[in-house]
Structure formats: C-alpha cells, structure tokens
Design a protein around this ligand. Structure first.
Ligand code: UDP
Length: 252
C-alpha cells in the first residue's frame, strides 16, 4: 500500500490567502492518495479558509490553535504544534511534511517524500524580492547519505542542521511510537516559541534524529530542487473579504 502523506499547513486570512491555498490545494489534489491535509489557523476557523478547503476535493482537517499569542517571531509555530498534537493524539500514520501556504512545490517532491523511512531532507531554493539571486539551503549529499550542509546565512552558522522548514519530512510514528526508532528520549516533541529565529528547524530536528546517519537524502544525490521558499511581501494588500463581492462593482 502507498504510504500516507500528512501535509501540515499553518495559514491566516490575508489578500493572497485564497491564491496560496488554491494553488497548494490543487497541487495536493494531483498527488496520488492517501494524503491528509492538516490546515491550522489561530484562534478560530475562518469561513474564508473553510470555504476553500470544502471545495478542494481532498481529504483535510481544519484545526484551530487557541494558544495565546505572545510575542512570537517565528510565525506558524503554535499552529504546527497543534497539528503535531493532533497527529500524536490520533496516532496518525504517515510521512509528516510542513508545507507553508505561500511556497511552491513540485509534484516530484511529494513522490519523493513517500519513500522516506525515518527522516528525509533535501535542498530548498530561497527566493526573496530583495535579492538578485536564489540562495540554496540544505544537505550536501553523497548518494542518499547526508555528508554536510550548505547555507548562505552567516548569522545562523551555529545551527546543528541547516534545513528550511520546507526541507524535511519524517515518519509520524516517531511522535507516538519513539521506541520503534530507538529514540533515547520519548519527551514530547514540539516546536518552541522561545527559540531564536532561524533555529526553529534545527531544534526540532535534533529531537527527531541523533545525527546525519539517521537521515535520508532525497532525491538521490540531492541533485534537484523540488520546492521554492518565497518571500513576497504583500501583507498590507487590501481585498474584498473572502473574495466575495457584496455589491456590484462600480461600472465605468
Ligand atoms: N502564518 C500564519 N499566521 C501568521 C503568519 C504566518 O498562519 O501570522 C503562516 C503562513 O500562512 C505560512 C507560515 O505560517 O504558511 C509561514 O509564514 P511566512 O511565510 O510569513 O513566514 P516565512 O516564510 O517568511 O518564515
């Protein structure tokens, strides 16, 4: 049987949300099932998000995180934790992947992560409007072995693993059946809102694996970029709520 994919997406209402969720949902629809899309919002389930999910035609769960927002720099942290809690509580079995709503993913990525046994990682391309070049971050590989890391972020050199949040996926059973993986601790695995910006990924991954020997580099030789992390700033863009037009537009 094909391994289930569990795709976790934190999201929130803003002008480009419908664009992002439609784009991602339509891609996920092309991925052979079983796939479960766990979409998590803060505070309350918005009708904007619910409407998009309902029309998508894929298996999904729309979760809400009610944890009080303190001063968090790493956005999406509590929402991802909410999804981890859900996966653990219901002992969902599959490969967990954190897919932000605004990034772009190839179909090959989802084929590749299905092959992961414990923990898989791959290089991600970062695209920012302010830079004139795509920067790459992630594992340096020899075949399917991780032998080092590449990053351009000098300020983050102290990280143990240089991986973007969208550059790894793991077996969900690590969350609720740690013995199976001979994990030294069975402490609860969560992402931490107290972690310094940029260290969120490595801190989380350090709880999933002990070192590179427990990682699988994908695709073979890490020779292909399979997803792109975008930083497009359009936070302030106004739009009709839910992209619903309450009255006729003004005719010219
Ligand atoms: N996000 C969210 N609430 C927020 C900010 C972000 O749910 O207040 C989600 C967002 O939709 C995306 C993920 O968290 O899926 C990462 O956000 P963003 O892309 O802004 O972070 P960056 O990629 O810049 O680290």
């Amino acid at each position: 049987a094909r391994k289930q994919l569990i795709v976790v997406t934190p999201t929130y209402n803003r002008a480009l949300q419908a664009f992002y969720l439609n784009r991602l949902g339509q891609l996920l629809r092309l991925v052979p099932p079983p796939l479960l899309w766990i979409v998590v919002e803060m505070n309350a389930a918005s009708t904007e998000t619910a409407d998009i999910l309902r029309g998508m035609g894929i298996m999904y769960r729309h979760l809400v995180c009610t944890k009080n927002l303190t001063d968090i720099k790493d956005r999406g942290v509590h929402q991802r934790n909410r999804a981890l809690e859900h996966i653990e509580h219901h002992k969902l079995d599959g490969i967990v992947y954190f897919a932000d709503d605004d990034n772009v993913y190839s179909l090959q990525l989802f084929e590749s992560i299905r092959e992961i046994s414990r923990f898989g990682t791959w290089p991600v391309a970062m695209l920012a409007q302010s830079k004139n070049k795509a920067t790459l971050e992630g594992p340096v590989c020899n075949g399917s072995q991780v032998i080092g890391w590449h990053t351009n972020e000098k300020s983050k050199r102290l990280r143990r693993f240089h991986v973007d949040m969208s550059g790894f996926a793991f077996n969900s059973t690590i969350l609720w059946d740690p013995k199976r993986w001979k994990k030294p601790t069975s402490a609860l695995i969560r992402q931490l809102d107290t972690i310094k910006e940029g260290f969120q990924e490595t801190t989380f991954i350090e709880q999933l694996v002990e070192d590179e020997s427990q990682m699988e580099a994908i695709p073979f030789g890490c020779s292909k970029i399979m997803n792109w992390h975008l930083h497009l700033e359009a936070h302030e863009l106004g739009y009709p709520r839910g992209w619903l037009l309450q009255k006729n537009m003004d005719a010219v």
